[in-house]
Write a protein of this length. Structure first.
Length: 300
């Protein structure tokens, strides 16, 4: 396996930290992490994928060692799309493969929709399609209940709760069970606690939720639903969706009708995996990415 190297990319309006593996000049894969992680979620995939590809896993803006703009508006989706495109160009690439999880998947879906000419293939691990998710957040009681944390994360002062007692509640809510199962070592836990406790990091991470138009709400009489045109959310690039069916936050209906928005879709379901697929089955994540890329390359 190849080694993992780290660096910084000055993109003009933002400076992003990243980890990478493989050699420049090979086909590029960008890996986008979710909340509340950082590049570290891909630590087991980077060396494996780097055997054949140039793989870059950034800390998305606000996370870990990347810069943290102070304005909530700086975390809107247009800026997040731009970060990915500029990161590829910084490394000398005009096109790339894109793999993603959770909030990283929200960004990846948006990049693929907005910039289909740049994305050679999209890979999503437990990240809902934006139109389907937006609809469920307004009309499906189960998804609204499961997503209440999204509304809580918009509240002023929630940072204090997440950081209290060396992030004890935050850790229990996310990865305590994985630690008990031996899927996260004490050393790896220390890396997460370090990244979360960098001054301003938790606020920046929460600003993704605060800047998003999506929030769980049950429509009342007279309420106007979020106005979205489904035609604007068609994904025109080949797409792999890998879905852990024991996801505690995203209900199964998130993949119902997905083929209507993704004409070139491969869907893989993992019955024994939860939302945290990179921790629970890291080897499967690597193999699904490599298998799918081999399929795409065989087409050409």
């Amino acid at each position: 396996m190849t080694d993992i190297r780290e660096g910084f990319a000055d993109l003009g309006d933002i400076r992003l930290h990243y980890a990478e593996s493989g050699q420049k000049g090979e086909k590029l894969i960008i890996l986008l992490h979710g909340f509340p992680e950082f590049w570290f979620t891909w630590r087991k995939q980077l060396p494996v994928l780097g055997e054949k590809y140039h793989v870059i896993a950034p800390d998305m803006r606000g996370y870990n060692l990347s810069e943290r703009p102070k304005d909530i508006a700086d975390y809107k989706i247009n800026h997040l799309i731009s970060d990915v495109v500029k990161l590829a160009k910084f490394h000398g690439y005009d096109e790339f493969y894109l793999a993603s999880h959770d909030w990283g998947a929200a960004v990846a879906w948006s990049v693929a929709i907005a910039k289909p000419d740049l994305v050679k293939g999209l890979m999503v691990f437990n990240g809902p399609h934006p139109y389907i998710f937006a609809n469920l957040l307004q009309h499906n009681d189960d998804q609204i209940a499961h997503s209440q944390y999204m509304a809580d994360f918009r509240k002023e002062g929630i940072e204090e709760r997440l950081l209290a007692n060396d992030c004890q509640w935050f850790w229990d809510w996310t990865f305590a069970e994985h630690e008990k199962r031996g899927l996260i070592t004490p050393e790896e836990k220390a890396e997460y606690l370090r990244a979360w406790q960098i001054p301003g990091a938790v606020t920046a991470m929460l600003n993704y939720y605060r800047a998003s138009p999506l929030t769980p709400r049950k429509l009342q009489a007279g309420d106007k639903p979020l106005s979205l045109n489904p035609e604007d959310f068609i994904v025109k690039v080949p797409t792999l969706v890998v879905w852990g069916e024991k996801d505690h936050a995203l209900i199964p209906e998130n993949i119902d009708g997905l083929e209507k928005f993704v004409p070139d879709l491969k869907l893989v379901k993992l019955p024994e995996v939860s939302h945290w697929v990179t921790h629970e089955d890291p080897e499967r994540v690597s193999s699904e990415i490599l298998t799918y890329l081999a399929e795409l390359e065989a087409r050409s």
